[in-house]
Design a protein around this ligand. Structure first.
Ligand code: ATP
Length: 432
C-alpha cells in the first residue's frame, strides 16, 4: 500500500489533518479530525479497559505535563536525552546519525556534517520572567509522572507489590527528523504502564506483560502476521534497562516499534530517592526488610497504534476502498439510510437511527445514490449499514449490509438494536 493514498484518504474523510493546515502545517504535528478523534478514543478506552479496569492490581493516574526540573535530572534525560544528528551540506536535510549509511545523504547522496548532539526535550519557561531558574521541560515521556507519585499512590490506593500504575497522556520530543506521516511526531500521546514488583520477579513478570500486550494487539484486530516481538541487542539497551523488547509492526517503511516493554530494574525509584531525599521503598513483612521495587514497563504510542490500525485495515478493491476495522475500534459502528429522501422512508430511518444512537456510534445520510453512500461508509470503515426501503413500509423489515462481504440480509426493524449488536459483536456475521 502506498502511504500517500492513505494520507489522502485520512485528510479527505476527516481522520488526520496537518496541524495549522491553513498556515501550511507545522512539521511533526498533526490534528485528528472528527473520525480520527473517535478512533483515538476507542484505542485509549480499549487500552484502559484492558490494563486498568479488568485488573485488581492496576490503578490509573493523570500527571501534569510540566514537572519539577529535577525530575529530568534524576531520570537521566538532562544528561543523556540527546540524539547525534548530521546535516547534508547540499540539500540541508537533517538525519539521525544512526539512520545514515556510508556517510552519504540518504536524500541526495551529498556530503554530511560531523554528528552533533540534538537535544530532544522541549524547553519552556515557568512564570513571567525568562531566566535560567525558571527553565522547565515539556515531558518527553509520561512515565516519570508515575514514578514520582509512586509513594502517594502506594499509600492511598491500598495496593501492595506487585501492582501497577497506568497513565495516558501527551509527550513531546523535538525529533530531528519527523517523518513517515504520524509515525515520528514531535507531539504525541503515550499509554504507559509501570508495574512495580519485588526484585526477584523480573523474568516472570516481563514475560507475562509481553504476552498480555501481544494478545491486546490481536484483540483489537491487528493482523498477526504483521506483528512481531524483537529483543534489543545489548548495545541498544537504554542505560536503565536490563532487558527490553519492542512490539513491532511491518510498515511499508520496514518493521517499526509500536511499544517498548522494558525491565527497568530499580533505576527510577532509586534515582528519585537520591534526588528528592524521599523514601520510595516498600516493606517486606516476611523478611522484615525494606526494598526498592523493580519496574516492568509497557510503553505504547497512541499515534503509532492509530497509524497501524489504518494501514492494517486499508484495502483497495477494483470498485472501492475499504478500511476493514474490527467493530471494536471502528469510529462509526452503523450507517443508517433511507433509500430515498422521501418522508415515510426518511421518517422511519430517522426513528431507527435515534434508537441505534442510544447504543452505537451512528451516521445518518439521506442524500445521493445508495451505492455511493455505502462506498463512503466502506471507505471510513463502518462495519454495517441499515437501509429503510419500500418493503420496510409493508413488513417492517430493513436491510442490514455487511461492509466486508457487501451482502445484505433483511432483519426486523423492531429488533434493530439487538440485530446490529449480534452482527458487530457476536462473531456471527452472515455468510462471508
Ligand atoms: P524510537 O526509537 O522510534 O524513537 P523510542 O524507543 O525512543 O522510539 P520510547 O522512548 O520507548 O520510544 O517510547 C515509547 C513509545 O512511545 C514508542 O514505542 C512509541 O510508540 C511512542 N513514541 C516515542 N517517540 C515517538 C514519536 N516521536 N512519535 C510518536 N510516537 C512516539
Amino acid at each position: 500500500m502506498e502511504m500517500k493514498k492513505l494520507v489522502s484518504l485520512c485528510k479527505r474523510r476527516g481522520y488526520i489533518y496537518p496541524s495549522s493546515d491553513i498556515y501550511g502545517g507545522i512539521n511533526g504535528c498533526w490534528d485528528y479530525g472528527p473520525l480520527g478523534v473517535e478512533l483515538k478514543r476507542n484505542v485509549k478506552q480499549l487500552w484502559w479497559k484492558e490494563m486498568v479496569h479488568s485488573r485488581r492490581n492496576v490503578v490509573g493516574m493523570d500527571a501534569s505535563i510540566l514537572m519539577h526540573p529535577d525530575v529530568w535530572k534524576a531520570s537521566g534525560h538532562v544528561d543523556s536525552f540527546f540524539d547525534p544528528m548530521v546535516d547534508c551540506k547540499s540539500c540541508k536535510k537533517r538525519f539521525r546519525a544512526d539512520e545514515v549509511e556510508d556517510k552519504k545523504c540518504p536524500a541526495c547522496g551529498g556530503e554530511l556534517t560531523e554528528p552533533r548532539s540534538f537535544e530532544l526535550m522541549f524547553k519552556t519557561f515557568l512564570g513571567a520572567v525568562e531566566g535560567r531558574a525558571s527553565t522547565i521541560y515539556l515531558r518527553p515521556e509520561t512515565a516519570q509522572g508515575i514514578f514520582v507519585q509512586f509513594g502517594n499512590v502506594l499509600n492511598d490506593s491500598r495496593q501492595k507489590i506487585p501492582f501497577g500504575i497506568a497513565q495516558i497522556g501527551k509527550a513531546f520530543r523535538n525529533e530531528i527528523n519527523p517523518r513517515n506521516y504520524t509515525f515520528r511526531s514531535r507531539e504525541f500521546e503515550q499509554m504507559e504502564l509501570e508495574f512495580f514488583i519485588a526484585p526477584s520477579g523480573n523474568k516472570e513478570w516481563f514475560d507475562y506483560w509481553v504476552n498480555q500486550r501481544m494478545k491486546w494487539y490481536k484483540d483489537i484486530g491487528v493482523k498477526e502476521e504483521n506483528l512481531r516481538v524483537r529483543e534489543h541487542r545489548p548495545e541498544e539497551l537504554a542505560h536503565y534497562a536490563k532487558k527490553c523488547v519492542d512490539v513491532e509492526y511491518n510498515f511499508s517503511f520496514g518493521w517499526q516499534e509500536l511499544e517498548g516493554i522494558a525491565d527497568r530494574q530499580d533505576f527510577d525509584l532509586s534515582q528519585h530517592t537520591k534526588f528528592s531525599g524521599k523514601n520510595l521503598t516498600c516493606y517486606d513483612e516476611e523478611s522484615g526488610q525494606s526494598f526498592t521495587p523493580h519496574v516492568i514497563e509497557a510503553s505504547a504510542g497512541v499515534d503509532r497504534i492509530l497509524l497501524t490500525l489504518l494501514v492494517d485495515a486499508y484495502e483497495e478493491e477494483p470498485e472501492r476502498t475499504v478500511l476493514r476495522f474490527s467493530p471494536k475500534i471502528a469510529p462509526v459502528s452503523v450507517g443508517v439510510f433511507p433509500l430515498l429522501r422521501k418522508p415515510p422512508l426518511a421518517e422511519k430511518a430517522t426513528h431507527i437511527e435515534a434508537t441505534l444512537r442510544e447504543c452505537f456510534r451512528t451516521f445518518y445520510d439521506e442524500t445521493g445514490a445508495i451505492g455511493r453512500r455505502y462506498r463512503r461508509q466502506d471507505e471510513i470503515g463502518t462495519p454495517c449499514c441499515v437501509t429503510v426501503d419500500f418493503q420496510t413500509l409493508e413488513d417492517d423489515t430493513v436491510t442490514l449490509r455487511d461492509r466486508d462481504s457487501m451482502e445484505q440480509i433483511r432483519v426486523g426493524a423492531k429488533d434493530i438494536a439487538s440485530e446490529v449488536w449480534k452482527f458487530l459483536y457476536s462473531g456471527q456475521r452472515f455468510r462471508r
